[in-house]
Design a protein around this ligand. Structure first.
Ligand code: SF4
Length: 86
């Protein structure tokens, strides 16, 4: 059992340990949340679509920062700014 279909790391085994146990154990197999310095001060954070699974898949690090996500968020910001939406 994975928390997300994009993940290939961090899982429990409901067919071995039972669904109830696997469900309750699932949060424990993921790293504790921590602040990502670059994102903490990012002006595009409200438009950013990055998530832990995406960070892991794209950078190999649960707390990595995929550059294309930053580029995408910045581009969305610029488009919305030109449209006077933000
Ligand atoms: S755009 Fe980049 S720096 Fe900003 S919140 Fe998203 S991943 Fe972090």
């Amino acid at each position: 059992m994975y928390a997300c279909g994009l993940l290939n790391d961090g899982y429990t085994e409901p067919f071995i340990n039972g669904f109830d146990y696997a469900w309750r154990k699932l949060p424990e197999v993921y790293p504790q949340n921590k602040k990502i310095e670059k994102c903490e001060s990012c002006k595009y954070i409200g438009l950013c679509e990055t998530c832990p699974a995406n960070r892991l898949a794209e950078t190999g690090d649960w707390f990595g920062v995929p550059q294309y996500a930053c580029d995408e968020a910045k581009e969305i910001y610029q488009i919305l700014s030109k449209m006077d939406i933000i």
